[in-house]
Design a protein around this ligand. Structure first.
Ligand code: MD3
Ligand code: FE
Length: 203
């Protein structure tokens, strides 16, 4: 069930299904303490996906820039702790993809509704780019764009469904990537939305 996307990038189909119930409970806890919100970019545009975080560090954006912060800027409270189910899943998926000993300190949770997109970008706000990133897809399907090292490089289109986990690091860590606008669909547990957890070592 390990599909290769790049030299050090893999899709683990259905890898999160075994822990589905725990992950959904964890999601409900986190989003009750730190509700989803749409962030503003430094350029003044409101992002299409709604976001929240758990773990010691959370990714955030406003007119001053993109950064990781220990506290939720909306509540002034620390981000909710990272649920053990997410931590364990990230560690096991990373190990399966050739990155043993991964300990994330940041989990960004993105919520996509039909029509929501994420334009091509690189993840470069982490202190070190030597650690992998683990991404967990839940809910309605999405088409993921897996590009090259330059924005103009042609991107592969990868369908991701409920339970799929993507892991990439090493030479593939700084590839451009994004998500095409979601088609309307309904998932039996999550309704008309896609939830993506992205686990990183940011600090
Ligand atoms: C491939 N999120 O939050 S995760 C993000 O589905 C983000 O919500 C997307 O990109 C989502 O920054 C995609 C998958 C992903 C993330 C980073 C990558 C794939 C990647 C970096 C390099 C190559
Ligand atoms: Fe990204």
């Amino acid at each position: 069930h390990r599909e290769r996307l790049g030299e050090q990038a893999f899709v683990l189909r259905g890898f999160a299904l075994a822990n589905e119930a725990e992950l959904l409970l964890a999601l409900a806890d986190v989003s009750a303490a730190a509700p989803f919100r749409r962030l503003v970019t430094p350029g003044g545009l409101t992002m299409s996906a709604a976001m929240t975080n758990c773990g010691a560090l959370g990714w955030t954006s406003d007119r001053r820039g993109y950064r990781y912060a220990s506290h939720d800027p909306d509540s002034g409270q620390p981000w909710p702790a990272m649920p053990v189910a997410m931590l364990a899943l990230a560690r096991e998926a990373a190990s399966e993809a050739g990155f043993p000993g991964f300990v994330p300190d940041a989990c960004l949770i993105n919520r996509y509704l039909p029509g929501t997109r994420l334009s091509l970008h690189q993840d470069r706000d982490e202190r070190s780019h030597d650690h992998p990133i683990v991404s967990v897809s839940l809910g309605i399907p999405a088409t993921f764009l897996f590009g090259g090292h330059r924005r103009a490089d042609k991107a592969a289109r990868i369908p991701l469904v409920h339970g799929d986990v993507v892991v990439w690091g090493g030479v593939d860590r700084l590839r451009f990537h994004g998500v095409v606008p979601l088609k309307p669909a309904r998932h039996p547990l999550l309704g008309e939305q896609r939830i993506n957890f992205t686990l990183r070592k940011a600090g």
